[in-house]
Design a protein around this ligand. Structure first.
Ligand code: PLP
Length: 380
């Protein structure tokens, strides 16, 4: 089989060799429970705490503000449900129309449970207006939960302004930074968010581990009750190997970050220009606004994204679309729908997401492959 060209890094990333190497000893020799009092256990505990420091450093937090979870989804649920449980009299929740399903499905369940969920829309570029969030804040608002970067379009929200308003009004803000961490500088010193979610597998770490940053002094109820691990916020014996892997990935994301991001952006821009050239009718979604350096969402009018993805896959190229297949029919992406993108375009939207491992040769090959398959589909 030809070498795989992996441009689906917003779905997941390849774990770095250094990550895998660092994890292995914790599945072989260093298997002690970090809660055990013997020296063996305490040496493992030490490694968990070192990983916590590394993850904290990625976002300018202190180690005690980091709680390890089983991933982004659990961290999001802990942030939102944990906050609601602290002040049960507050029944109003604000979120946006383009959140990842971890937030969307949770909020829709909250609606069924009787919470008043306010979903703020986005404009045609996928941007949310911070004023719109401000105008919805009420005395009984329990939490605002917004993403930093959208997983489908890469659009970056103005979380600084949203955080400033929430902080002024004393309303807890949770930021889903799963897609932005490692690709955008993040510093909770200057960003007054109350909580922030991270996921290791989006930054070349292992799957099934994430972290919730909880600002010092914030009260939160645990979802998972158990042995009192993670200062009582998340019971359950720690996934030590994965936590250590996440620490290594977080540290790697900080080294040379500016250079790596500039390189990713220039390759993404090359891909964008190349695809525009081979398909002049294609539309770059959110092409004129602040977005992640690695993400390109391009809509080929009149073609089904699935047809393109299948042919790309046959050529060894991995990309994705925002649409979901449910019970035999293809559901349109809720993100593109919220942006008001016409159906003909939205159905042909393909997301290419690069990583620091992407090469120039791969980008050139993707452009020529897309040119070939578009003519096969009769689209040029
Ligand atoms: N939030 C965003 C924006 C995501 O893109 C994802 C994963 O795709 C998640 C949350 C969920 O993270 P995890 O896969 O670690 O549960």
């Amino acid at each position: 089989m030809a070498r795989l060209i992996y441009l689906d890094n917003n779905a997941t990333t390849r774990p770095l060799d250094a990550v895998v190497e660092a994890m292995l000893p914790f599945m072989r020799e260093q298997y002690a429970n970090p809660s055990s009092v013997h020296r063996f256990g305490q040496s493992v505990r030490h490694q968990v705490e070192l990983a916590r420091e590394k993850v904290a450093a990625l976002i300018g937090a202190s180690a005690k503000e980091i709680t390890f979870t089983s991933g982004g989804t659990e961290a999001i649920n802990l942030a939102v449900r944990g906050t609601l449980a602290v002040r049960p009299e507050r029944r109003h929740v604000i979120t946006t129309a383009v959140e990842h399903s971890a937030v969307r499905k949770l909020c829709s369940r909250l609606g069924e449970e009787g919470y008043d969920v306010d979903e703020v829309g986005v404009n045609g570029d996928g941007c949310v207006d911070p004023e719109e969030i401000t105008s919805r804040l009420r005395d009984e608002t329990a939490i605002v939960s917004v993403m930093h970067a959208n997983n489908e379009t890469g659009v970056l929200f103005d979380v600084e302004r949203i955080a400033a308003v929430c902080s002024d009004r004393g309303v807890p803000l949770h930021v889903d930074a799963v897609q932005s961490a490692g690709k955008v500088p993040l510093d909770v010193g200057s960003l007054p968010a109350t909580m922030l979610t991270l996921s290791a597998h989006k930054l070349h770490g292992p799957k099934g581990v994430g972290a919730l940053y909880v600002r010092s002094g914030t009260r939160l109820e645990p979802l998972m009750l158990g042995g009192g691990q993670e200062r009582g916020l998340r019971g359950g014996t720690e996934n030590v190997a994965a936590i250590v892997g996440m620490g290594v990935a977080a540290k790697a994301a900080m080294g040379d970050a500016e250079v790596v991001r500039a390189r990713m952006k220039s390759l993404r821009d090359l891909l964008e220009d190349g695809l525009r050239r081979v398909s002049p009718g294609a539309r770059v979604i959110a092409g004129n606004v602040d977005r992640l350096c690695n993400t390109l969402n391009v809509a080929f009018a009149g073609i089904q994204a699935e047809a393109i993805l299948l042919l790309l896959s046959e050529a060894g190229i991995c990309a994705s679309s925002g649409s979901a297949c449910s019970s035999g029919s293809i559901e349109l992406s809720h993100v593109l729908q919220a942006m008001g993108i016409e159906e003909r375009l939205a159905r042909g939207a393909v997301r290419f997401s690069l990583s620091s491992l992407t090469t120039r040769a791969e980008i050139d090959q993707v452009i020529s492959t897309v040119a070939r398959l578009l003519s096969r589909l009769g689209a040029t």
